[in-house]
Design a protein around this ligand. Structure first.
Ligand SMILES: C[S@@+](CC[C@H](N)C(=O)[O-])C[C@H]1O[C@@H](n2cnc3c(N)ncnc32)[C@H](O)[C@@H]1O
Length: 342
């Protein structure tokens, strides 16, 4: 995996912001360092809970020496290492960024950055819309109607029934785009209060009815499930913390609790390829199935027979994305992958 590749659309700078490393932060941004005691700042969170979950994830990580054998061919010649930690892995970075964006919004009405660009956002939204419609249609196949306009109305109704969560919503524009396509039950969360203020202000200004909440996905207080969980750039950001690999495990544990059975999680990333995301989810599935296995072969057989299916199953991915230029070179592709919650 190459280094930091996150990039906002409206930046003139071709190098992503995240190329500043955590080491740089220590020397010139003590605000970020101070905020990065491992206890992530959450308006609800208790440090003890964080420590316990961190310990659990560390244990899971050290126990899993495997990288799941995959049926999917990687389109890379070799596995790169972990991405360099960067300031984008720190909440203090995002708090600072959204404070600036809020000022920009208040003074100039600017919506802020569209991560990975509008083209990617539009591609994701129209692809997700088709996917949800296909799934809804498959579920409604017994109620087929021959009339086209009735079918179109049925489609719209189908989308409005999907409950949607956007994790690390930032300015919430992805949810606005989903609303334009007919999704109606929309929730956006972000651990940065500034992001939520910005997203809410933009939605109010532009006339969208979307719920926004401050919530840390690694210590979520959400107590409901969603049929569609979206993530554009948030898992990437989480992985850029110096404890990124542990936090990624915690991320999947949380997400598994938030996606309703039969629902979807759709990850858009520029730091992981499609294959890497699939492997990460397979590894998570495997960890889930290994944990709690008995040493006794007979008990293990019984356990295996009664065991729930693995949490996630790969469904599909976006097949065509434009390439991007930064630093004078063609940038990495963005990957968008959908998994079904079993
Ligand atoms: C690269 S930005 C993407 C923002 C938005 N999804 C978009 O596409 O424009 C990453 C976002 O994830 C949020 N974030 C990072 N870690 C988070 C966490 N643990 N819980 C909730 N939000 C988080 C950041 O505050 C930031 O808004």
């Amino acid at each position: 995996m190459a280094g930091m590749r996150l990039f906002p659309e409206d930046s003139d700078v071709t190098l992503p912001r995240g190329t500043v490393t955590a080491v740089d932060l220590v020397s010139d941004d003590d605000r970020s360092v101070a905020a990065d005691s491992w206890s992530i700042k959450s308006e609800y969170g208790s440090t003890l809970d964080d420590e316990q979950r961190h310990a659990d994830a560390t244990e899971a990580l050290s126990a899993s020496t495997f990288r799941a054998a995959s049926d999917y061919n990687s389109d890379k010649d070799e596995q790169d290492g972990e991405p360099e930690p960067s300031m984008l892995g720190f909440q203090s970075y995002w708090d600072g960024a959204y404070a600036d964006e809020l000022t920009n919004f208040r003074e100039h009405g600017h919506a802020g950055e569209v991560w990975f660009g509008s083209e990617v956002m539009e591609t994701v939204v129209s692809w997700v819309k088709s996917l949800c419609l296909e799934l809804s249609q498959a579920r409604l196949s017994n109620h087929a109607t021959s009339d086209d306009s009735e079918l179109a109305m049925q489609h719209e109704k189908d989308l409005s029934k999907w409950s949607v969560l956007d994790i690390g919503t930032g300015n919430g524009l992805l949810l606005q785009e989903l609303a334009k396509q007919g999704f109606a039950d929309l929730t956006g969360t972000d651990y940065s209060g500034g992001a939520i203020d910005l997203a809410q202000s933009l939605a109010d200004r532009d006339g969208f009815n979307i719920r926004f909440l401050v919530d840390d996905i690694l210590n979520t207080k959400l107590d409901r499930m969603f049929q569609l969980v979206m993530d554009k750039g948030t898992l990437d950001a989480i992985g850029l913390h110096p404890d990124g690999s542990i936090k990624r495990i915690m991320y999947w544990e949380s997400v598994a609790k938030l996606v309703a059975p039969g629902g979807l999680v759709v990850i858009t990333s520029c730091n992981s390829t499609k294959d890497e995301l699939i492997q990460e989810v397979e590894a998570f599935n495997q960890r889930r199935s290994v944990s709690g296995s008995s040493e006794n072969p007979e008990t293990r057989l019984e356990q295996e027979e009664s065991r729930d299916p693995p949490p996630f199953r790969y469904l599909d991915h976006v097949r065509s994305y434009p390439t991007f230029m930064f630093g004078g070179a063609v940038g990495s592709r963005v990957a968008t992958v959908a998994f079904v919650r079993n």
